[in-house]
Design a protein around this ligand. Structure first.
Ligand SMILES: [Mn+2]
Length: 658
């Protein structure tokens, strides 16, 4: 419209200019009539000007009333409903805006729609049905007429305000707990305890007061918090500073108390929020405490903080906290399924049996996946021999049987491994809703499942040691039979290579606890004895051993298949020879792979060497496997890697001498 107007004005101006030109040109020829022509021309110009001006005013102002376009009643209705209407032309230039805009001082007629309102682009292209925009300080919901270049604006300011008011004031239930409080205070005298109380409780209550959180102490170390979303966003913004304040205050008192917090959001029932928050606090604490766990109903748990380095440090306190968390989790579960790594060994089954006895003591039905996934030879023999006694109270099942037992509320415990791919229960784990992990292998980044409880303690010798430590803190009704204890002791014995590596004071403590349960070291010796065939196999393998240098022995085994266990036992045997520092046994294994089993006395880091061949493990025990290939090729590759390894070691030494 505006554009047509401009074009029309231009045409009139050109006509007038041509007339003026003609009059000037024929001025002399026209003589007296020239005067009349000028008069006519002037009158024409004034009339054109008046008409143009009047018409323009008419289109811009007078036609701009909904009253004129529609009848008066609908104008009132649009104003009352706070609806604005906007017309635009083919080139997206605004041609008309209704009274609502005029009333609010918005006039964009003649301007480009998308320059003023970029949000309208999706409406025009049809990729969105409605858009919410803020103009000045009001919210509008814009929709497009289905069959015309018209936009409707509905004022939704009130609705938006109520919406944000509702969001901001939604209730959040929180809990705060002072980790290690009981342990830190139980033997202190009253004066010290009250000093600790003042030091660690004050920052928390101050923090709550500052942010307007309602806080009620439930017991000596637990608090209930009531707040809303608005307050919570302030806590998020300051990154839960109170955690640092409490930790530092506790350090000044020379106690290792930290703060854990949990917040449950996004549910309308208080009961649901309460259930959530208890679980969340458990999670925060089972991850080592000194952190915040937050969950919005129906979403994943988020964690904040956890900066304290003490989380990985092994302490009796941690064992107790872990034991209590595990106990609570088992008690809240319908049943328990325990899985280990594939090719289960003594540590794996030993710790599984220990965990099963815990579940029994808490009166929960329990199964161990052991009938599928493979089992180490000597262990298989021991289980077969004692099956009746072992299965009196615990079920050994296949993975499929375990799948049938899996319910929403089943707790699946992974022992002696923490990676889905290594598990003999991976199908169960993929479906499980509640997973706990108890392991002594160095934490790998990839776990593959989302555990609710994670107890990975790389400082421990074995999973059996970890389970044995948990027992007294869980219940005094746990019944380990002498057979159970002996199998657990066997696990510990193998993983420590007869208490030579990874053996700490706590390893002996755990061994002595097992002894009190009736573990028989003589029987362990019997269990671990080779059969004649195994002895023969081992002797044959050993006969191929070659001394490399620096105390390294390489044992390539050709023409026969060795189990992984047999490979590592062969390596262990060689390690007992004087002067041998590291052993690499190369053989085809029973999984249709070619493998290296590497063992060291600690001077040579076999983990680094195996990692260079895409394997892994510990410093003293590592391995690598790849699809069946030539033993000679693997041997050659190993020699290259060893050369590099010792070359680097030498240059490092000469560097340090300088
Ligand atoms: Mn183990």
């Amino acid at each position: 419209m505006q554009k047509k107007m401009t074009e029309f004005r231009r045409t009139v101006l050109i006509v007038l200019a041509v007339q003026a030109g003609l009059i000037t040109l024929f001025w002399a020829a026209m003589g007296k009539t020239a005067f009349v022509s000028v008069l006519v021309f002037a009158a024409e110009a004034v009339l054109s000007w008046y008409l143009l001006d009047h018409f323009e005013n008419f289109t811009v102002e007078h036609s701009a009333g909904v009253g004129e376009m529609l009848d008066l009643a609908s104008k009132d209705a649009f104003m009352y409903g706070q609806v604005g209407i906007l017309f635009y032309d083919d080139e997206h230039i605004i041609t008309w805006m209704s009274d609502l805009f005029k009333e609010r001082g918005i006039n964009r007629v003649g301007r480009k729609l998308l320059v003023w309102l970029p949000e309208a682009e999706d409406l025009i292209s049809g990729s969105s049905d409605s858009e919410r925009v803020r103009l000045d300080d009001r919210w509008y919901e814009i929709t497009r007429a289905e069959d015309g270049p018209i936009l409707y604006f509905r004022d939704v300011t009130d609705r938006e305000e109520y919406r944000s008011l509702y969001q901001d004031s939604r209730a959040i239930i929180g809990m705060a707990s002072l980790d290690n409080y009981e342990e830190s205070t139980q033997y202190e005298d009253e004066a010290v305890v009250s000093a600790i109380n003042v030091a660690v409780r004050t920052p928390l209550t101050e923090y709550c007061r500052e942010h307007g959180i309602l806080v009620k102490r439930i017991n000596n170390y637990r608090y209930l918090l009531v707040l809303n979303e608005k307050i919570f966003s302030a806590l998020m913004a300051d990154h839960f500073q109170v955690l640092n304040t409490v930790r530092k205050a506790a350090q000044k008192q020379e106690v290792s108390i930290t703060l854990s917090m949990a917040f449950a959001r996004g549910a309308d029932s208080y009961e649901e929020l309460d259930e959530m928050v208890v679980k969340l606090l458990d999670l925060a604490q089972s991850r080592g405490g000194d952190q915040v766990a937050v969950q919005t109903a129906g979403e994943d748990v988020q964690y904040f903080g956890g900066s304290s380095e003490a989380t990985e440090k092994r302490s009796r306190v941690r064992v107790r906290v872990m034991a209590h968390t595990l106990r609570e989790m088992i008690l809240r579960s319908s049943n328990v399924i325990i899985c280990g790594h594939r090719n289960a060994d003594f540590d794996c089954i030993g710790s599984a049996i220990g965990a099963a006895r815990i579940a029994e003591a808490l009166h929960k039905p329990c199964s161990i996946i052991a009938k599928t996934g493979g089992i180490e030879e000597k262990l298989g023999a021991v289980i077969a021999e004692n099956l009746e006694e072992l299965t009196q109270e615990v079920n050994f099942v296949t993975e499929n049987e375990a799948l049938n037992q899996l319910q929403d509320n089943t707790l699946v415990i992974m022992v002696d491994h923490h990676n889905l791919k290594q598990s003999n229960g991976s199908k169960v784990l993929e479906k499980a809703k509640k997973i706990a992990i108890i392991d002594h292998h160095r934490r790998s980044t990839e776990i593959g499942v989302k555990p609710m409880f994670l107890y990975i303690e790389a400082g421990a010798s074995s999973a059996c040691e970890l389970i044995t430590e948990l027992l007294p803190y869980i219940s005094n009704r746990i019944e380990l039979s002498p057979l159970d204890a002996t199998i657990m002791l066997a696990g510990m014995t193998i993983d420590t290579r007869n208490f030579r590596v990874r053996t700490g004071t706590r390893t002996f403590d755990a061994a002595s606890a097992l002894r009190r349960y009736g573990a028989d070291p003589m029987m362990v010796g019997e269990y671990l004895k080779d059969t004649y065939e195994q002895f023969e196999q081992k002797t044959n393998a050993l006969s191929g051993s070659q001394i490399y240098e620096n105390g390294v022995v390489i044992t390539p085994v050709k023409g026969t298949v060795l189990s992984r266990a047999m490979m590592s036992q062969t390596a262990d045997t060689l390690l007992q020879v004087q002067g041998v520092e590291a052993v690499f046994v190369i053989a085809d294994d029973s999984d249709n792979e070619t493998a290296i089993s590497a063992r060291s006395n600690g001077k040579i880091n076999v983990q680094v060497i195996m990692e260079r061949m895409n394997g892994g493990g510990h410093m003293t025990a590592a391995a690598m496997q790849r699809p069946r290939c030539s033993i000679d090729d693997v041997h050659k590759e190993l020699l290259d890697v060893l050369e590099d390894y010792f070359g680097e070691a030498e240059s490092n030494e000469s560097n340090t001498e300088n």
